[in-house]
Design a protein around this ligand. Structure first.
Ligand code: DAH
Length: 325
């Protein structure tokens, strides 16, 4: 029992004071009060000191649950970002500038301005995610041919083409490296969200020869000087002629293997000479100017370069995968 508690000796002591004479009480009363206060203070001080000491000790003993490897681990750029930065540097060196176009865009810029009218079968090439509500989109309502409700997630970076032509006068050297979206059946080669690298080059005397040269220049810069590029006839509504850009298969060097399906070549991009109608849509006279454009898949090129078997790994957030780069 403590001396200062409800029934403590010191607390109860004044009850005995009735036994004292008036004279005795005069000296003992104040002495008792003074001593009691001093004792209480001394006890409090001691208590505080003990508390402070144990807190300090607790602080020192704090459990460090974070393993040293995690604390010191440093992040790095995502492999696709590394690839894209390298690409941007290569083309910056050739005088190309980077351009931004909206992820949420109108049907006009994603399709119609590119010579793909409504209900045209070519639209089947792009499985599109349409958006009903335009409230959240940053689209200028004065846009040409804009019809309310015709918003979509851009299916390719080609939605930048006519926007670029509207903004700049030729000669034009632009690149867009950014996200696109499609309503895909997901598998090892298809993702709903992926990047594209679009090149738009407009000048007076451009031809397929320039396209061939630029394609090989790019592929050599990425894969090494033994790389070769070839153009193969293909169809896109916004290019004429259109081509697929193939790179020599880096696994078999053209002999034919499992990865390239025995062809010796891997398809890396869609490309072509910009269709005269698309130039006209952008206010550029196709009798004076011609243009080269391509759309490359940085994901696909990175998969080939780094030997990645499943495109879904890129956005999986799997550290074991990401730490390989
Ligand atoms: N936009 C096309 C696609 O996503 C790729 C493409 C083809 C881009 C030809 C171009 C081009 O600029 O000229 O499939």
């Amino acid at each position: 029992m403590s001396a200062f508690g409800k029934n403590g000796e010191v607390t109860l002591l004044p009850k005995e004071f009735s036994k004292l004479s008036k004279e005795q009480l005069k000296t003992i009363g104040p002495l008792f009060n003074k001593t009691k206060i001093e004792l209480e203070q001394a006890i409090n001080n001691k208590r505080e000191a003990i508390r402070a000491k144990s807190y300090k000790k607790l602080d020192l003993e704090k459990l460090d649950l974070e393993p040293a490897e995690i604390k010191n681990r440093q992040g790095h750029l995502h492999p696709i970002t590394q690839f894209e930065n390298q690409t941007a540097e290569i083309f910056k060196g050739l005088g190309f500038q980077q351009f931004d176009a909206p992820h949420i865009d109108s049907d006009y810029y994603n399709f119609e301005s590119l010579n793909i009218p409504k209900d045209h079968p070519a639209r089947d090439l792009w499985d599109t995610l349409y958006i009903e509500d335009r409230a959240s989109a940053h689209i200028d309502a004065k846009e040409k041919n804009y019809h309310p409700g015709e918003l979509l997630l851009r299916t390719h970076t080609s939605n930048s083409q006519v926007r670029i032509m509207e903004k700049y006068k030729p000669p034009i050297r632009m690149m867009i490296i950014d996200r696109c979206f499609r309503y895909e059946n997901l598998d090892a080669r298809h993702e709903h969200t992926f990047d594209q690298f679009e090149l738009v080059y407009i000048d007076k005397t451009l031809s397929m020869a320039n396209l061939q040269y630029l394609s090989e220049y790019f592929l050599k810069a990425i894969f090494g000087k033994d790389m070769k590029a070839r153009l193969r006839p293909k169809y896109y509504p916004f290019t004429e002629p259109s081509a697929g850009i193939d790179g020599l298969c880096i696994f078999c060097k053209g002999k034919g293997c499992k990865v390239c399906g025995g062809m010796g070549w891997l398809e890396l991009a869609g490309a072509g000479m910009i269709h005269p109608q698309v130039l006209k849509n952008g206010g550029i006279d196709p009798n004076i100017y011609s243009g080269i454009a391509w759309g490359v898949g940085p994901g696909r090129m990175s998969m080939i370069k780094f030997g990645i078997e499943d495109v879904r790994l890129f956005n999986s957030g799997d550290l074991k995968f990401l730490e390989r780069f």
